[in-house]
Design a protein around this ligand. Structure first.
Ligand code: CA
Length: 224
């Protein structure tokens, strides 16, 4: 899961990067409206955390732009402008939630869970394939009730494969799921994460197979 953070306070950026990273999320950070517009175009984020006072204008100006895109990405506005009128303005502009600064990181995480829950409401909470279970809310994988100890990028890759389970997922789509804007992608790094993931699934006795499709990508499906 990738989160777009549009924020120009370095300390807050660092704290959010750490907190979200610890929960296995990938954070793409930009500090201006202009960069925010560009980042939105990539269409790879599950949620946006948006500051208002940015060097090139009010973050709210990004909202119509986000809303005009065909996928509904939830947006939480984070701002020192916490008066009631400011909050109403933000919500009216299309924000899903509005959190005045300063805030406790735990509260932000709870609100993020809430908007993500609403945005994936159409999806079931759990995906079960044989002994394998994936919990979409907590983003955890287990086999026969035993948690599968996955590294962050293995989890991100698994998530990308499960979203299109039974279909071939293009390499570029998987790379979008696993790497942020600032990550350097080494040519075979994705294959390494996939091969570790495959081994962990096999060792845990999950009846799932990940097939490499030469020149295209990967396919996850139940083992026969
Ligand atoms: Ca600011």
């Amino acid at each position: 899961m990738r989160i777009l953070l549009v924020e120009d306070e370095p300390e807050l950026v660092a704290a959010l990067r750490t907190a979200l990273g610890q929960r296995g999320m990938l954070v793409d950070h930009v500090a201006t409206l202009a960069e925010g517009e560009e980042a939105i175009l990539a269409g790879v984020h599950s949620a946006v955390l948006l500051d208002r006072n940015l060097s090139d204008g009010d973050g709210l100006r990004l909202l119509p732009y986000i809303r005009a895109r065909k996928t509904a990405v939830p947006v939480i506005v984070l701002t020192a402008l916490g008066e009631t009128d400011d909050r109403i303005e933000g919500l009216d502009a299309g924000a899903d939630d509005y959190l005045p600064k300063p805030f406790a990181i735990d509260e932000l995480l709870a609100r993020l869970r809430a908007v993500l829950r609403r945005s994936i409401e159409l999806a079931p909470d759990f995906l079960r394939i044989g002994l394998f279970t994936f919990d979409w809310q907590n983003r955890s994988a287990s086999v026969g009730g035993q948690p599968l100890g996955l590294a962050r990028r293995e989890l991100l890759a698994l998530e990308g494969l499960l979203r299109r389970q039974g279909r071939v997922v293009q390499r570029a789509t998987l790379e979008d799921a696993v790497y942020g804007f600032d990550d350097e992608i080494q040519s075979n790094a994705l294959d390494m994460h996939i091969s570790r993931l495959r081994r962990k699934l096999r060792d845990a006795g999950a009846q799932l197979e990940i097939h490499g499709v030469r020149g295209i990508g990967y396919l996850l499906k139940p083992a026969r």
